[in-house]
Design a protein. Structure first.
Length: 415
């Protein structure tokens, strides 16, 4: 190893690319309320706080109101406001009790909420924590439509309603609502700025590379390595290798764009693969992307394109994003930095393309360190394994925990 390492280091050149994969955990690490739980809490809080008829009417697309002896929606909204605990979603209760009969006031009245959107009802009834769980639930219901010959058109309509709610929530509550500065994002910014290594840093980097990756390095940089052997020294001082960073964001928010601005690099190095809230030419892609699933062929064989409407691969074809990603992974060796992406099944096809690519030399995880000292490193590695057909390659490519770090936590102030 030491002999290979000395040869490998005796050159000053661009080593390989780094593909920084960004998921919702990246936004959460900045204190942004982008979790599913924050979204659904906000929805019901707005229902509760709707004191005027017009405000409340804006929510009734997702449910009907069956009430007795209640004169108008204004009175009903006031009634709902009294049931604060029943509308909170973060206290561990079952909130679909909201649809039961409740009695209150000097003149008791019975009220019932009847969901008009079955998909919205399903995600309210389940203990869903992450956005990937929403996409998984959609796929489960899609397969149920296939099996029981239910209306896929209705499911897609309901899914689109929830998708619209999500976009509105992120625009109204996240975009341009928080203050970014080089001081409060400095720790993460320094990770992105570290594009070159020298001395002992090169030793540590070499440990992160898979065995096959080291072989590819020697093969592809053979000429430069041969030139370097003439230096005749075993010292690491004076030698430097550099990276070119590419950013692949699975988020819809503009958080990563702020980093691109601070880094003062061309936006061409940012790929918002799942779309953007602010750019019409790059619409939000929210759906399911596991064509490796055993049931997927049955969906295609159905010969009904409505079943493929929210399959991510077909949405990728609407933009240049996927082709741009392929250009990066095909062009040179690369290391993956994984920041805040859970690696759930809803992105399985895309992540498999990246992780099993012959140019992928390693996958370095920036895991979430919880307040009690535990972390999700093992959970992420388990999720990553589902994207590999070859488990031996998987074990070689994932960087062991001793060489990984927690993702820094930042609390951005509101504007």
């Amino acid at each position: 190893r030491s002999s290979d390492l000395r040869i490998f280091e005796k050159s000053i050149f661009r080593f390989m690319n780094r593909l920084v994969i960004i998921g919702n955990g990246f936004d959460l690490a900045h204190g942004l309320p982008t979790s599913y739980r924050s979204f659904i809490d906000d929805y019901w809080a707005n229902v509760k706080n709707s004191n005027h008829n017009d405000d409340f009417i804006s929510f009734v697309d997702l449910f009907d109101v069956d009430f007795k002896n209640t004169r108008n929606l204004h009175e009903l909204a006031n009634f709902i406001k009294q049931f604060n605990a029943k509308i909170k979603f973060s206290d561990g209760e079952i909130y679909t009790e909201f649809g039961n009969n409740f009695m209150t006031g000097q003149y008791p009245r019975s009220h019932v909420l009847i969901y008009k959107n079955s998909f919205f009802k399903a995600i309210n009834q389940k203990n869903i924590q992450n956005w990937v769980d929403i996409e998984n639930e959609y796929y489960r219901l899609l397969k149920e439509c296939l099996k029981n010959d239910k209306s896929i058109t209705e499911l897609n309509r309901e899914f689109d309603e929830v998708k619209k709610l999500l976009e509105e929530y992120l625009i109204n509550n996240i975009e341009d609502k928080f203050e970014f500065s080089s001081e409060n994002i400095g720790e993460i910014l320094s990770i992105f700025k570290a594009k070159s290594y020298e001395g002992d840093e090169i030793k540590n980097l070499y440990d992160e590379i898979s065995i096959n990756g080291r072989k590819l390095i020697k093969e592809r940089y053979k000429e430069k390595i041969q030139q370097a052997t003439g230096y005749g020294t075993n010292s690491y001082s004076g030698f430097k290798i550099s990276f070119l960073n590419f950013f692949l964001s699975f988020n819809y928010t503009s958080t990563l764009k702020r980093y691109i601005d601070f880094l003062n690099i061309d936006s061409a190095y940012l790929n918002e693969i799942h779309g953007s809230l602010t750019e019409k030419i790059n619409p939000v892609n929210f759906g399911f992307g596991d064509e490796m699933d055993n049931d997927y062929k049955q969906i295609e064989d159905k010969n009904d394109n409505e079943y493929l409407k929210n399959i991510k691969s077909f949405q990728y074809l609407h933009t240049q994003n996927y082709k741009r990603l392929l250009n990066v992974v095909d062009s040179d060796l690369f290391q993956v930095y994984l920041m805040g992406h859970s690696c759930g099944l809803s992105d399985r096809t895309l992540l498999n393309t990246i992780f099993e690519h012959e140019n992928c030399c390693s996958i370095k995880i920036f895991y979430h360190q919880k307040e009690d000292g535990s972390d999700n490193y093992t959970e992420i590695t388990q999720n990553i394994s589902r994207h590999f057909n070859d488990k031996k390659i998987m074990r070689e490519k994932i960087v062991n925990k001793t060489l990984c770090k927690p993702l820094p936590q930042v609390q951005l102030p509101k504007k």
